[in-house]
Design a protein. Structure first.
Lengths: 343, 343
DNA sequence: CTACAGTACGGAAACGATTCCGAAACGTCG
DNA sequence: CGACGTTTCGGAATCGTTTCCGTACTGTAG
């Protein structure tokens, strides 16, 4: 007679029995359906409370065809993605938006493109945010043809909603800043020259220099390898390749810049007096570095935010821009000098 | 006649029709069931391929009673959790383990305890990793009584599998190190004194000092508020409250230590000559700080790893230790001196 | 009193997988 | 040739929801 405490979870049927109504009524009460008497609704809700009933998101999802889960996929053949501070910021922005929308975040760091396609077609998520540019074109093509809404972050592909950073523009900004600071002999250092983002930055840098009649000699561009010392090694190469050291160095990112700074100092040159140094990313360390690093900042968190809200827009059936380009911002600290200011 | 390309996803029934078998056979082929002829299996698999069929994880989960999702819940009334470098490390460790087990990571930063209970009872995840000590006891009690396997990380509760750091031990280590370095006038600074972990560290610190016949005066313990400047403010308070400044300061964590260092320097004191300074956490910045910060390190990633593997163990039906305590390690850099070494 | 519109509710069919159970096909042996 | 065990496969029930459709009931008007 008494409601026996089941070991497994209560179902909607148990609630119906307990409240002496049909299961349809329970469902309606739970979904705030209008066609139900207030008294009945209260009785149902009370029954749910006493039985400790929660709807199974699985059964609900199966019937509704939606899970309220959003997948965040990051291609990474290396360590856990969360530890990469760039990704962490992006994910932070995504989290902000999804939390407001009461969506759940399903994070996957994937090694193979097939894993990505599997995640996209399992029905585990309602939509997918793909972060980073390390994903094969044919995978992207399959993703585009999938039924699942997908948004690319820090990567662009024709036919898929994309949110990117203006890497080329960042390079131009860097070039103009170093020119304004009085630079005459330029160099570019990076961990590698394959990364498409790095290439875009270099391209922008070159175009800014050319506009001013300057240029970058082949010996003044170097890659030092994908490690902590990448920038250091690259800088050493530049210094030994060039007859006279450069007076304005653009690094592909902040770690490379900091690492390059060590090489410059070991050579006995002062920053920024002998050589100005500029990074990209504005990572957390940049401001706390000694000396504080001049850099090109971009809104990493905003990248995640706009990506996520575009995806939510797609899910809601709205139109969203196919390509969004986020601007960058020059942050002058103490490894470079602004052209106009005296000192 | 020809297989019409449906707009929505193919189901197991479509595959069955296409391969001219029953749905049970398809399921068996997909699950590597032994009782199926090799030829039939090949035909079914081929049909799956041509139809681009993937099993619905929802339907599968509903029937199987498992989702292959693991929830990571972090109570946080502040900003996105991923941006907290401590949590990021822990999650990184979790990710490592779960990836090997082919589980998916569902991350939730929750504001209210009810959200946690909802996540636990929706059936969205097979198990829950609850990170951090900012969760109410009655919520933990309900969690313990839930059917869902739960593991607490950096928090302990009777009846729930817990993985913690030996904060008390860390405090003792700090005390002994500062004593060995020749400290005589001690102080403790923190952002706040409510955080149970900070209290444990302080407790351990006190007990080490008492063992050596020293002690901590009430004016030498200060909290400066939960902000970037917390340690700075706390240190200022200590310096102005004490007649003679301390010569050995233990900070509740690294940010507090770095921030306190500024206060010490502003006062015209040198580190470590006039005052030794020791933090806890060994955050990434600590090693790159100027001067490099002495600190008590612990394996944040290991915290996540063991938590995750204990949860997987529980899911597999194994017995796992109710409480695991991870040891800490003293890292002497340049804000303190080891007692034995010269200079 | 009957007809009828409108409200409140229950039964049953889906959603897409797994799996129990039964049956067909087949070979082997007495 | 019949009985029987083994292998291979199909039908149908099931997981826990939502929702369509039908029905009982209520109140009001003719």
């Amino acid at each position: 007679m008494a409601a026996v405490r089941r070991s497994s979870r209560a179902t909607i049927r148990d609630v119906a029995r307990h409240a002496r109504v049909g299961i349809a009524t329970v469902s309606r009460a739970l979904n705030d359906d209008p066609g139900i008497a207030p008294a009945t609704r209260a009785r149902v809700l009370a029954a749910c409370e006493t039985l400790g009933f929660r709807r199974s998101s699985l059964a609900r999802g199966l019937k509704l065809g939606a899970t309220d889960n959003i997948g965040v996929a990051i291609m990474s053949r290396h360590a856990p993605v969360i530890l990469n501070p760039f990704y962490a910021e992006v994910i932070g922005g995504i989290e902000e938006v999804l939390e407001d929308a009461a969506k759940h975040l399903l994070i996957s760091s994937l090694k193979r493109g097939d894993d990505l396609l599997e995640l996209a077609s399992e029905g585990r998520v309602d939509g997918l945010l793909v972060v980073g540019c390390d994903v094969a074109p044919q995978v992207l093509a399959q993703l585009r043809d999938a039924a699942l809404p997908v948004v690319l972050i820090d990567n662009a592909f024709d036919g898929i909603t994309s949110v990117v950073i203006d890497h080329h523009g960042a390079g131009r900004q860097a070039g103009r800043h170093l020119l304004a600071g009085g630079g005459t002999r330029f160099a570019f250092v990076a961990e590698n020259l394959e990364n498409p983002n790095f290439r875009a930055r270099l391209g922008g840098f070159r175009s800014a220099l050319q506009e001013a009649g300057s240029q970058l000699s082949p010996e003044a561009v170097a890659a030092g390898g994908d490690s902590w010392d990448g920038g250091f090694v690259a800088m050493q190469r530049v210094l030994s390749a060039l007859a006279t050291p450069p007076d304005a160095v653009f690094a592909a990112n902040d770690p490379a810049a900091m690492s390059a700074l060590r090489a410059v100092r070991e050579r006995g040159l002062r920053v920024p007096d002998d050589v100005a140094l500029l990074g990209v990313d504005d990572i957390h360390l940049a401001a706390h570095h000694v000396p504080p690093l001049s850099t090109i900042a971009f809104d990493k968190r905003g990248l995640g935010r706009t990506g996520a809200s575009h995806l939510l827009g797609r899910l809601a059936g709205h139109d969203v821009p196919a390509l969004t380009v986020l601007a960058t911002e020059l942050v002058v600290r103490e490894t470079s000098r602004s052209g106009d200011g005296a000192r």
